[in-house]
Design a protein around this ligand. Structure first.
Ligand code: ATP
Ligand code: MG
Length: 564
């Protein structure tokens, strides 16, 4: 089959904005001519048909295993998994969850599920029983793919809709509902593919839970139009790239940014299992000659803490594009990237509900450190007042997007009311607060709920946190507003110290002065609390609502996604 026309990489931002047309992007896909739709066809099978059968689709390492799979092998493995699923009665539209550590089998399962038109629900391996139960119950999952180590966290008897559990790894499978992975894979390697509608459900992601109870966000096959383009434009993927996204597939970045964007673009993808260790990460970049690397501020801060010397011990010369998303990127981290990696780190903004990158620092644009860049051409973004009116430049307000775009969520599972609550006056409201400057760059302030009002001034916690971590003694910081009868709110900072520092009144005053002189007097924290750790979600986001609840002695709410 002849390769179809492809969107080119982004060279002229303004031109792309004026020509933006999702319909045009659709021409890249085989369904544009055949009418046959399925994400897995576009991400895997078509590359096999177009002469890339032997190209490496996936490198995997976790320190113990060291494997590679070609596009052909990805097709074969996922067909086996798909056939196995059919054999045990899984059908189009059924929800099948995957609750296991990062591994090739996790990917075969994802692809196998979607291949037969079922909906894949990836769950981060660290969830405990109650969190797992909540999600399986809410989604009405029919089957779960897991490992023997995690099996005890699935309360099978309390989940009437759950029929089968597929076990990956050595275990005595006892009970009719337990199916060994090997057995599932043994039935047939025959080609199998369920053609679906572009609007059919594909992935169900539960959000990070930073602001409250996680929501089940449904993405459909049509998301591929956007994810393909984000791969080209935000990630700057080219044919010969070796790409590594460090996010776990339990979060949207790990599927949209870790599977679909790279595979739709036919590049070689890297997956690293195991726990974070700075040495292992640099080793991974070197070993595979990673060219495009996508990670998150929390991970960059950990790498930063390991010192500027460490990266020098590795050959990172292949690296040409570095990306960050998930949290605001501290200017300090950008500086570290420039010094330690000799790289610009490109921040981009999105959320589970947007399904892919919607605002980014593109390679062809100048970076303004601290800004999350400009909207992806094709995305209409604005700052909106609480009444739903568009605000002029430099005014802080609700970050909003004009519906619809291809990767946008199509529903909140089991909660239509919640879905409706995202929309105001024809806009999708993100829940984040930001402003746009005269040149169209967007600047993130914080979650709307986190913005602090002190003595009549608005203060975004992120700006204060960024200043705090700039101080050499501070490792991490979380900042909240505490009610105050005079000032409305006063700023309180929770910090952790870098090794070698001891808490003292002098040190805290020095840190306070640092924020005062480098940022603003009104933004300097009035109160400090030094802690061993800052509460974070498992996807690495600071949970300010938990800090606030602790401070006010209130219940902390849903903690299912909090790191131990
Ligand atoms: P929940 O919706 O359950 O409270 P969450 O919003 O953290 O959790 P995600 O969808 O994983 O769940 O995260 C999206 C949020 O992450 C955005 O709303 C934003 O606050 C933050 N975010 C993502 N990328 C960036 C970025 N580049 N800069 C600043 N913030 C970002
Ligand atoms: Mg959210």
């Amino acid at each position: 089959m002849e390769a179809l026309p492809q969107a080119v990489n982004l060279h002229d931002y303004e031109k792309a904005v004026s020509e933006a047309d999702w319909g045009k992007v659709s021409e890249y896909f085989t369904w544009y001519n055949t009418g046959n739709v399925n994400m897995v066809h576009e991400a895997i099978d078509r590359h096999v048909e177009e002469g890339k059968a032997d190209k490496v689709a996936l490198y995997f390492t976790d320190g113990l295993r060291d494997e590679r799979y070609t596009y052909e092998e990805m097709k074969e493995k996922s067909c086996r998994f798909a056939n196995g699923l059919k054999k045990i009665g899984v059908e189009k539209g059924d929800r099948v969850f995957i609750f296991m550590p990062r591994s090739p089998e996790l990917y075969f399962a994802m692809l196998g599920i979607i291949r037969i038109g079922a909906i894949a629900g990836p769950l981060f391996e660290a969830f405990m029983e109650e969190a797992v139960k909540d999600r399986l119950e809410d989604s009405g999952a029919k089957a779960v793919v897991t490992t023997p180590q995690l099996l005890s966290r699935i309360p099978f008897d309390e989940l009437p809709e759950l029929e089968k559990i597929i076990l990956v790894g050595d275990a005595e499978a006892t009970g009719e509902h337990l199916i060994p992975y090997e057995e599932l894979m043994s039935h047939s390697a025959d080609y199998v593919m369920e053609w679906v509608d572009r609007e059919d459900g594909m992935v169900l992601h539960y959000t990070s839970g930073s602001t409250g109870k996680p929501k089940g966000v449904l993405q459909v096959h049509d998301a591929m139009v956007h994810q393909y383009l984000a791969g080209k434009w935000t990630y700057d993927l080219h044919e010969d790239d070796v790409y590594w996204c460090t996010a776990d597939p339990g979060w949207v970045t790990g599927t949209s940014g870790g599977m679909w964007s790279p595979w739709l673009n036919g590049v070689t993808n890297v997956l690293r299992g195991g726990r974070f260790k700075a040495e292992d990460w640099f080793e991974t970049l070197q070993k595979y000659g990673v060219t495009v690397w996508f990670s998150a501020p929390t991970a960059f801060r950990l790498l930063m803490a390991s010192g500027n010397e460490l990266p020098n011990q590795y050959d990172l010369s292949k690296l040409r594009h570095v990306l960050s998303a998930g949290e605001p990127l501290n200017p300090e981290v950008i500086r570290w990237g420039a010094e330690a990696l000799n790289m610009r780190i490109h921040d981009n903004w999105w959320m589970t509900e947007t399904g892919s990158s919607v605002c980014a620092n593109f390679r062809c644009n100048t970076i303004r450190p601290g800004s999350m860049g400009k909207p992806l051409p094709g995305i209409e973004m604005a700052i909106i007042s609480d009444q739903g009116e568009e605000l002029p430049p430099n005014r802080m307000g609700n970050l909003a997007i004009k519906p619809t775009w291809p990767a946008m969520m199509r529903k909140i599972w089991n909660n239509d009311e919640k879905y409706e609550s995202y929309f105001l006056n024809g806009w999708f409201i993100t829940g984040d607060s930001a402003y746009k400057d005269e040149d169209g760059y967007y600047w993130f302030e914080g979650r709307v709920d986190d913005v602090i009002n002190t003595s009549g001034e608005r203060v975004g916690p992120f700006e204060v946190e960024s200043k705090l971590v700039e101080h050499p003694a501070v490792a991490e910081a979380g900042v909240i507003g505490v009610p105050d009868p005079v000032r409305g709110e006063v700023i309180k900072a929770f910090i952790t110290l870098r090794p070698g520092n001891v808490e003292s009144d002098e040190l805290l005053e020095e840190i306070r002065q640092h924020v005062k002189t480098k940022l603003a007097a009104h933004a300097a924290p009035k109160m400090f609390e030094v802690r061993d750790s800052i509460p974070k979600t498992r996807s690495g986001k600071i949970m300010r609502r938990v800090l606030k609840a602790w401070e006010l002695g209130l219940p902390a709410g849903d903690l299912s996604t909090m790191e131990e």
